[in-house]
Design a protein around this ligand. Structure first.
Ligand code: PLP
Length: 376
């Protein structure tokens, strides 16, 4: 049996190697490494796939979030409502810009921000809500957009983990993750559902004015060459990454289906075990399983993690310390905020290998290994 990995990018590459190698060689030959035609083509293809007016490629998902926040012209001390149960990048950029992350608890079924707990933390300083579509499942965007409308707030979707997911909107239409809020942000980090071979990210919006603003910000605030209207940064997706992404975008739906098939198998296997809760698939969106995360009840998680490691089955804890407890935010005094669901889940979640190249034999071995531990 092939060695099991959390994400098997090597096998995935081998299957598209012919196309990828040719595309990369072409760029080397043309030496158009920055802002070449591949970047423009990728941008157009991504706009088409998402059904969104503007895709702005940038250097990584963290920059995407930062640039999105910069485009709103916020004041230092303005507040941004966000979950604590997420990767640090979501909230780190807020602090970096002098904004205050205001942490809200999550829904125990979706792992995403609980809309019922948003309004109680809104103050006159609140300007933005940043929901995170965690593990591949979307937050309840109907409820979030409704709150944002009523309180005149902006919404940025952190869509680093749910690219390709569809949201079943109240109006009966399906819309792609990242295109429901004012702005959507994503990451093309290699292990993400649409990953390149280095760093990469993108910002999505249907708002023409925000798009103009963000296109300036990613390029030193430049409106025309050497005329700098606003303070920006240097955040580019390079041509090599764009070329890889063009090839993988064509396969994204196939990749998502492969992940969902793995999830189906795990779901069926673990249905009989009382000590584990399998991921709940909300009816509002299509889960794209960036992670397959179990919630353990009455199981020694560290013990399971160590047992699996011994059997050469990798497993991961996303994330062991929630944002509001991180030292970097100590000055906000958020550690004392009570986020019971976040804290409960932080101690109980464990993610199993999940990727597009899983073989049946590997899947069976992972399931049996977890079961051996649970039955002890
Ligand atoms: C990966 C990730 C990011 C950051 O993306 P990078 O490309 O690594 O900067 C932000 N938010 C979430 C939820 C992520 O998973």
């Amino acid at each position: 049996m092939k060695k099991i990995q959390m994400v098997d990018l090597i096998t995935q590459y081998q299957k598209i190697k012919h196309d990828v190698d040719a595309a990369l060689m072409n760029i080397m030959e043309s030496a158009q490494f920055i802002n070449g035609p591949e970047v423009k083509s990728f941008q157009a293809e991504m706009e088409e796939y998402l059904g969104v007016k503007h895709v702005i490629p940038c250097a990584n998902g963290t920059d995407a979030l930062q640039i999105a926040l910069m485009s709103f012209g916020l004041e230092p001390g303005d507040e941004v409502i966000t979950p604590s149960f997420t990767f640090i990048a979501t909230t780190e950029v807020m602090a970096l810009l002098g904004l205050k992350p205001v942490f809200v608890d999550i829904d125990p079924d979706t792992f995403c921000i609980d809309p019922a707990k948003i309004e109680e933390v809104i103050t006159p300083k609140t300007k933005v809500i940043v929901p995170v579509h965690l593990y591949g499942q979307m937050a309840n965007m109907d409820a979030i957009m409704d709150i944002a409308d009523r309180h005149n707030l902006r919404v940025i979707e952190d869509n680093a983990q749910a690219i390709g997911s569809d949201y079943h909107c109240a109006d009966g239409k399906d819309r792609k993750a990242g295109t429901l809020g004012d702005i959507g942000c994503t990451s093309f980090f290699p292990s993400k559902n649409l990953g390149c071979y280095g760093d990469g990210g993108a910002i999505f919006t249907n708002d023409d004015e925000l798009a103009v603003q963000m296109r300036m910000i990613v390029n030193h605030g430049q409106s025309k060459r050497y005329y700098h209207d606003v303070v920006g940064c240097n955040s580019r997706l390079d041509s090599l990454q764009a070329a890889v992404l063009r090839i993988k975008l064509r396969k994204l739906d196939e990749y998502i289906n492969a992940r969902r098939t793995v999830a189906d198998h795990y779901d069926r296997f673990f249905a009989d075990f009382d000590q584990v809760k399998t991921p709940v698939r909300g009816s509002h969106s299509r889960h794209v399983f960036h992670q397959y995360t179990l919630t353990l009840d009455g199981v020694d998680r560290d013990g399971l993690n160590a047992y699996l490691a011994e059997k050469e089955v990798p497993s991961m804890i996303y994330y062991p310390v929630p944002g509001h407890k991180q030292k970097m935010f100590a000055h906000f005094g958020s550690a004392s905020r009570e986020l019971p669901v976040t804290e409960w889940l932080t101690k109980r979640v464990i993610s199993l290998p999940m990727h597009t190249e899983m073989e049946q034999e590997q899947l069976d071995y992972i399931c049996e290994s977890v079961a051996e531990y649970l039955k002890r």
